[in-house]
Design a protein around this ligand. Structure first.
Ligand SMILES: Cc1cc2nc3c(=O)[nH]c(=O)nc-3n(C[C@H](O)[C@H](O)[C@H](O)COP(=O)(O)OP(=O)(O)OC[C@H]3O[C@@H](n4cnc5c(N)ncnc54)[C@H](O)[C@@H]3O)c2cc1C
Length: 411
């Protein structure tokens, strides 16, 4: 293996694979590290479905040929709608085998700046020197664990990202905390696995999207209200779908629309599956403590509950300082706004040559970046031969590829 490279991509999820697909197609000398679709495979519950629309769930390759439709044709596997997670993982792996066969399923433990670029150190000790690094490390490092549950063993309290198989809770009393898609879908899956489940939602109501699907799909009404990635409220969705324009809006407007676009909600098709689930709104957990094999919860209405398990579907708060592979000197050189890097053209951070894709790009490129939608354009990575020294990811133009859609705050 060469110990030098023009570009290193960290991550083999939808963003890393899409970026690498573009770089490979341009003949750039790129090394890609990460486990293919690992977060989707291991950290989301079996039985889950993507809420992102079909169009917005495609990965990005320059020829636009590696679509889900092409996957179906090539493999004979039928993908239903909404897209089951298992099929999405299969699709991602199929995409990788065709567009990014050079993925190395290895872990990056440190990235530091060197005189001529970067030094990327792998868990097995190999160090790779490169001119640019594209970080597409996903949101796994950012899981929010409310402090009320600190110190309670994981077999009693877990984050939703730690539960791949919810069938093990059959017959158990489980409280799910949260009001977003992940909480709602986890509650539905637990209920369908014969667990005795209660959903505790801090807000006074559960918010739903896609209650009237025709408003999203019936042309020309749907197209006027919602842009194709369908991220964000009506009309705002059009600005969100154009990250290169979005980033030029006044900051107050960007922040306001971002908040509106990622607030916790559930997609309408989940509603019937929750008909027989107890949903308690306007309730928060004040404190929690282990009581033998159970957890005692003290709630904000003064009541107490004893349950077998608490599932924290409390989402993710992006803070790139939590990426363990970023050296301290690198972190201190980054311009951060509450843990989010300020990115310029081509997703380049304040450290020249260091780029961030996916959720960490949300402050600069808007809420679309929080989703796996087809948010990267054909020039997501407009790389050319001899690119080193110039921005690798030249810019998002008209969104064309990568990523789906779902508010991660509430996932
Ligand atoms: C329950 C849930 C449901 C979701 N549903 C949707 C949906 O329907 N639609 C949608 O658009 N989005 C959805 N999302 C959001 C989605 O997870 C992210 O948008 C998406 O995963 C981002 O892709 P990514 O490529 O940035 O990261 P990921 O898919 O998380 O991939 C991260 C990659 O980085 C690699 N990596 C991490 N650390 C290292 C390291 N140290 N060294 C090497 N490699 C490393 C991993 O191995 C992996 O390959 C959902 C999220 C959750 C939690």
């Amino acid at each position: 293996m060469k110990a030098t490279s023009d570009v290193v991509v960290v991550g083999a999820g939808p963003y890393g694979l899409s970026a690498a697909a573009h770089l490979n197609a341009c003949g750039v000398n790129v090394r890609v590290f990460g486990e293919t679709m690992a977060f989707w495979d291991r950290n989301m519950p079996e039985g889950m479905c993507l809420r992102s629309p079909w169009e917005a769930s495609q990965l990005s390759d320059p020829a636009r040929s590696l679509t889900i439709d092409a996957f179906q044709t090539a493999t004979g596997v039928r993908v239903s709608r909404p897209i089951p997670i298992r099929r999405f993982v299969d699709y991602g792996r199929w995409f990788q085998s065709r567009a990014v066969p050079n993925v190395e399923q290895r872990k990056v433990v440190e990235i530091e700046k060197s005189t001529a670029g970067f030094r990327v150190v792998l868990a097995d000790g190999e160090a790779v020197r490169c001119g640019r690094v594209i970080i597409a490390g996903g949101i796994g490092a950012f899981a929010v664990r409310p402090p009320q549950f600190a110190g309670i063993p994981r077999d009693l309290v877990s984050h939703s990202s730690e539960q791949r198989d919810l069938t093990g809770f059959r017959g158990k009393r489980v409280v799910v905390i949260g009001g977003g898609q992940s909480a709602l879908e986890s509650a539905a899956l637990l209920h369908e696995s014969q667990a005795d489940v209660e959903l505790l939602v801090r807000e006074n109501t559960v918010q739903w999207t896609w209650q009237r699907p025709w408003l999203h799909t019936f042309r020309p009404v749907g197209a006027a209200l919602y842009a194709w990635p369908d991220v964000g409220p009506a009309f705002i969705s059009h600005a969100v779908a154009r990250p290169n324009l979005y980033r030029l809006l006044p900051r107050w407007l960007q922040d306001s629309w971002r908040a509106k676009s990622v607030r916790p909600n559930g997609v309408g098709w989940l509603k019937p599956r929750l008909r027989d689930v107890t949903i308690s709104t306007g309730l928060a957990v004040l404190s929690a403590s282990a009581r033998g094999n159970q957890v005692e919860l003290k709630l904000s209405d003064g009541s107490h509950e004893l349950v077998d398990h608490v599932l924290m579907a409390t989402g993710y708060r992006v803070d790139v300082r939590k990426y363990e592979f970023l050296s301290a000197s690198m972190v201190s050189a980054l311009r951060l706004i509450g843990g989010l890097p300020a990115l310029g053209r081509g997703f380049e951070s304040s450290v020249p040559g260091l780029h961030f894709l996916g959720a960490p790009a949300v402050w600069s490129y808007g809420p679309l970046m929080r989703f796996v939608a087809r948010s990267l354009s054909k020039s997501v990575v407009r790389a050319r031969r001899g690119i080193v020294g110039r921005p690798v990811a030249n810019a998002l133009q008209r969104p064309q590829s990568v990523a789906v859609s779902r508010g991660q705050e509430g996932q």
